[in-house]
Design a protein around this ligand. Structure first.
Ligand code: T3D
Length: 262
């Protein structure tokens, strides 16, 4: 019953498609509410072992729906971002803390907060027609939706400042070269490659993936001794998973593992 999202289950993969193609999937209030609801629910649903986010039509997303800004300005209102950004923050947190892999599949343009939502996912696959645009400064705004956090961590401070300040479009090959996306594939293969990658992630040791995410991000804000402590703590948890048992058994029996996500 969503108005601006299409949801599809492909085995244990949940595919969320932002669906306002006539405005390149610009995010309005309702789409944002729907994105929050569906990602928070996906986090709780153990039957889902990978979440894919993508856009309908010719683009991933064009950012915040700017007609809302125009509407408010036309009535001489001062926009208060508070409540509105709180919802974006819930979305970014839901993606970031999702206890299963998240994959952004980007084709066409990914601008503004749509781009930054893709950065909050664990992995990014791009079609070779993808273009990335930290559009914010073009309209006198700062990168939000976690952009100031993820961008420098993914591409380094120098590149992050350049992308945010100059707001030039980055093409898919360059995005792959600087590590903004994990891989770039021909547009003709994009759907197949996205599906393959998502299925592979969904067949992985889900709980361990969640622990890997936690470890990697924690390491960015801590020192070695603390990272080593956290590795021990989370390894203890990984050791208790059925998937660990299965991985070892499969290795010894010289067969591929069949992970259950438990
Ligand atoms: O509190 C807060 O919410 C603050 C948060 C802000 C977060 C942000 O995301 S700020 C950045 C917002 N986004 C932008 O500034 C990007 C605006 N769009 C563009 O610059 C261009 O559309 C693109 C570079 C993304 C794509 O260009 P192009 O030439 O491929 O397509 P187009 O012809 O410009 O767009 C197609 C249609 O989508 C067009 O409508 P029309 O003329 O066919 O009726 C266009 O107006 C519409 N559209 C594109 N982006 C938006 C949009 N409509 C509403 N909001 C948009 N963001």
């Amino acid at each position: 019953p969503f108005q601006h999202l299409l949801l599809e289950r492909d085995g244990q993969v949940l595919v969320i498609t932002m669906n306002r193609p006539e405005v390149l999937n610009a995010i309005n209030d309702l789409m944002l509410e729907e994105l929050v609801a569906v990602t928070e629910e996906a986090a709780r649903d153990n039957a889902i072992r990978c979440v894919v986010l993508r856009g309908a039509g010719r683009a991933f997303g064009s950012g915040q729906d700017l007609t809302r800004f125009a509407w408010e300005y036309s009535r001489g209102k001062q926009i208060s971002v508070g409540e509105h950004l709180d919802l974006y923050h819930r979305l970014v947190q839901a993606l970031h803390t999702m206890p299963k892999p998240t994959l952004a599949a980007i084709h066409g343009v990914a601008a503004g907060i749509s781009c930054n939502i893709a950065l909050a996912c664990d992995l990014r696959i791009a079609a070779d027609d993808a273009r990335f645009l930290e559009a914010f400064s073009r309209i006198g705004l700062v990168p939000d939706g976690g952009g100031s956090y993820f961008l420098p961590r993914l591409v380094g401070l120098g590149r992050a400042l350049e992308l945010a300040m100059l707001a030039d479009e980055l093409d898919a090959h360059e995005a792959e070269r600087i590590g903004l996306v994990n891989r770039c594939v021909p547009l003709a293969d994009f759907e197949t490659e996205t599906r393959k990658l998502a299925q592979r992630l969904a067949a992985g040791p889900t709980r361990t993936y969640a622990l890997i995410k936690e470890l990697m991000f924690a390491s960015l804000d801590t020192e070695l001794a603390e990272s080593l402590r956290l590795e021990s703590k989370l390894q203890d948890q990984a050791l208790t998973t059925e998937d660990h048992q299965e991985g070892v058994a499969a290795f010894l029996q010289k067969r591929p593992p069949r992970f259950s996500g438990r």
